[in-house]
Design a protein around this ligand. Sequence first.
Ligand code: FAD
Ligand code: DHB
Length: 405
Amino acid sequence: MSISETQVGIIGAGPAGLVLSHLLARAGIEAVVLETRSREYVEHRVRAGVLEQSTIDLLDELSLSARLRAEGLIHRGILIGLEGRRYRIPLSELTSGRAITIYGQQELVKDLIAARLAAGGDIEFEVEAVELSGLETQRPTIRYHQRGHPHELHCDFVAGCDGSHGVSRRSIPPGVLRVYERRYPFAWLGILAAVAPSTDELIYARHERGFALHSVRSPTISRLYIQVDPGTALADWPDDRLWQELQLRLGTNDGWTLADGPVLEKSIALHHSFVVEPMQHGRLFLAGDAAHIVPPTGAKGLNLAVADVRMLARAIGHWYRGRQTEELERYSERCLNRIWRVQEFSSWLTGLLHRLPGMDPFDDRIARARLEWVCRSEAEALSLAENYVCLPFEYSDQISKNIVS
Ligand code: FAD
Ligand code: DHB
């Protein structure tokens, strides 16, 4: 058995765990990241693509954005498809020049790992049987196996950044957490395809056959999604059928066509909203998907994970400077303010853009009228733009300015 010590034990090398390890290193705090998967696996897991302005600002601040700045695509607007028409929401015009950057999550993960290892950081891949104990004490322990050998890591804090199926949340005793949850009656089938995007800006389309999204990754790679039944299997969607359906749902009255190409990756993601409160138990702090999931329509999950760890690093830094716990005690409440804002936005946008099979025709007409209003009214478009690109990190502090008593 090998026994080691660190200040913060981070479970999970996804965006949350890796950004946290960088933030802590900048503050002179030592951390070890433990990851069940191999480096190769986490660097190739295809997921998110939209980084909001606050995420980019933080990566700039940490000097982690060189490749992202060179290869990421800056988008200043998004397109909404409805009944054969396209509307544009001018994100930057509405938000004093802020924008989103398209950069694959796996590319960001590669950059974060390379920079941490180059700086001498400790990321342990392919760890197994991770087990947390002593969370209510001042010195929690993480036990795990790696290449058959047992290890024990003693730390001051544990950061549970291990996603929705990780061990951290499950290590909290029953009765401590309150769970809020909603399952949506549809999923997204997503593909990565080796074909130049047929659009300059993301297209979110509401169609009577269901939602479709045309996103991009590079001048030669497209990312596309369609709404499918949650019980659908990938085998139900051979490439020809998928391209035809995408053309139908994304199509316009003026004959726009979608270029197709070889499909490089295909996967199905269920839609789920989930929040646990509080995001802390003793010396364990949950961050990112370990504490909350949003449906992907608002493109917020990764961005929320980054916002959580920024708050967590600040609270941990505060503790090391003066052994004062007040920032740690406020961590959960401050994150949850933003999380519920994002849950509301993501569920609103999901409802606006998706159509349920067998939907009541009256409800369907109302939903279409609502979406058209978002596209035509500046006030509605502004609200969408504000939420989509630029929730400030200090969201909790900002709203408090409007509280008068
Ligand atoms: P994860 O990325 O899940 O990382 C957790 C890590 O912990 C993983 O590497 C996992 O292997 C590891 N782990 C698990 N269990 C253990 C254990 N017991 N011990 C050690 N390690 C463990 N978000 C956006 O912001 N923008 C988007 O455009 C967007 N699009 C999306 C599209 C799709 C199809 C999907 C599925 C998601 C999308 N998201 C988007 C969401 C985003 O991908 C997630 O919210 C993000 O990955 C959360 O990061 P995380 O670090 O919290 O968790
Ligand atoms: C992408 C993912 C999303 O969830 C979204 O809302 C927009 C774009 C993407 O993978 O590019």
